[in-house]
Design a protein around this ligand. Structure first.
Ligand code: ZN
Length: 486
């Protein structure tokens, strides 16, 4: 028997299990057994030709099967197969640079006191602290990952820190973005983060970039820095940061988070792999939910962000073994760190031997996010769905929950067999029974109560919510006349 570890985004296709024990003599046989037991998983991890999709990697123990004998790799009893999909895990107003400063060669007496616990460590010492003071780090995003990074990197005495963010602090950010306080709600994240960092350490110079990083500004913004830390929450920016770092030959300290799981690595380090070596292409939009859709344990970005901060400080000091060629996986529920080997792919389109991407491209288009959702059919408002379309979704086998928000006695009169019953009044205390990553179609008798349910769910952070227009009455009229009207 071999064990297949299932990552959180794919557990919805395997009855919410985190691992499945299967028999099979090769990787292909085990994956075949897995997808015949769970057919819905098949289209998530294989393409139409039956090949593994490019945003899904499979590891046998700690080895990427792409570098072994592929599918024919034998699997022994007790082996572990891991399916590791990519996870998302946040006008150029470039801060004016003062005249080029001469790198400091000494610390003030204030700084000597402040950094004394570093100075007495032989691995840091005066030489190391001066390296930190002369270091320039760009932090892309001041959200979940950026918050602990900003706090600790300024405390550690990094001389110059660039911050890229154009968002404002939202009340729902406070659960994890500990650099911002309740009083900062509504302020620019850049200002809120910079104030807190300067309060911790006024010796840090902070450059503020209130922009969305894109191909027109990324190279200019990244250029002055020694290394870049990727604290973003979306695929277009991740690929952009990766490619820009490879082109500019700057290390990219990567981290990503989803629910209880995180990943970290160091990409674009000389000789090491890049993000595209790991994931040549992003998942199709909508397949892997973002943190806004799927949620994230508030503590998780603290852990992953500080792994990134540690790697950044080590790279500057030249100390220890950097996380290059290794993908660190963290599972908070199991409280386990695992490590997978990564190799530079000589065929990689950016960092390979014959790169085809030598300048920045359109990352929105590359990640497919500019594709517009089809407009709702005539007569249906935004956020509504016609009963006929709900029936079609059922017949196609779409993954969604039909939520009936009527009272139990109404359910006894008539119901749609597929529906899950949670009366409107019970919804707040039973909302945890619903998975925000899965689409929800709510219905009631005629559509009014389910519209309230949809409003409630959207406020609670559910993004994929639709109201079935006309309720079960319209279902009876348009889809199934056997359903009695009342
Ligand atoms: Zn690469």
């Amino acid at each position: 028997m071999a064990k297949v570890l299932i990552p959180t985004p794919l557990r919805q296709y395997v009855e919410k299990r985190d691992s499945v024990e299967l028999t099979g003599g090769t990787v292909a046989e085990v994956l075949g057994a897995l997808t015949s037991q769970f057919p819905d998983l098949r289209k998530q991890i294989f393409n139409d030709e039956g090949k593994l999709r490019s945003f899904v990697n499979v590891y046998l123990n700690d080895e990427d099967i792409r570098y072994l004998k592929k599918d024919a790799t034998p699997v022994a009893s007790g082996d572990t197969l891991s399916i590791v999909p990519s996870i998302a895990g946040g006008a150029v107003d470039v801060a004016p640079s003062p005249a080029v400063a001469i790198p400091p060669t000494s610390l003030s007496s204030d700084e000597i006191l402040r950094y004394s616990r570093h100075l007495i460590m032989p691995e840091v010492g005066m030489e190391g602290q001066l390296k930190l003071k002369n270091a320039k780090i760009l932090l892309v995003g001041t959200g979940g990952l950026g918050a602990p990074l900003g706090l600790y990197l300024s405390a550690a005495g990094i001389g110059r820190i660039g911050l890229v963010d154009f968002d404002v602090v939202d009340f729902t950010n406070l659960q994890r973005q500990v650099i911002h306080g309740t009083k900062d709600v509504g302020r620019k994240k850049l200002d809120s983060a910079a104030d807190r960092m300067l309060d911790i350490n006024p010796n840090v110079r902070i450059d503020r970039y209130e922009v969305a990083l894109d191909s027109s500004n990324a190279l200019d913004i990244l250029e002055p820095y020694d290394l870049v830390i990727d604290g973003t929450d979306n695929f277009p920016t991740r690929y952009l940061v990766n490619d820009a770092c490879v082109i500019l030959k700057k290390p990219n300290v990567y981290g990503s988070i989803f629910r209880f799981e995180g990943q970290a690595s160091v990409f674009a380090y000389p000789g090491g792999p890049c993000y595209r070596c790991l994931y040549p292409e992003p998942p199709p939009p909508g397949l892997v939910p973002s943190c806004a859709e799927g949620g994230v344990l508030g503590i998780l970005p603290g852990i992953i962000g500080l792994v990134q901060a540690t790697e950044a400080v080590k790279l500057i000091l030249g100390a220890g073994e950097p996380l290059v060629g290794r993908l660190l996986l963290y599972d908070a529920l199991a409280m386990k760190f695992r490590e997978l080997k990564l190799r530079r792919n000589p065929e990689c389109p950016v960092c390979g031997d014959h790169p085809t991407i030598t300048e920045l491209i359109d990352y929105q288009q590359f990640c497919g996010v500019t594709v517009q959702e089809p407009a709702p059919p005539a007569g249906t408002k935004e956020g509504e769905i016609d009963p006929v379309d709900v029936k079609a979704k059922m017949e196609r086998g779409d993954n969604f929950v039909l939520l009936d928000v009527r009272e139990p006695h109404e359910y006894l009169i008539c119901n749609i067999p597929f529906a899950k019953l949670i009366p409107l009044g019970d919804l707040p205390k039973r909302v945890n029974e619903l998975d925000s990553a899965v689409e929800i179609v709510a219905h009631c008798k005629s559509g009014a109560r389910s519209a309230k349910a949809c409003d409630f769910l959207r406020q609670a952070g559910f993004r994929k919510v639709k109201n079935m227009k006309g309720g079960i009455i319209a279902w009876s009229d348009k889809v199934d006349p056997r359903v009695p009207k009342y």
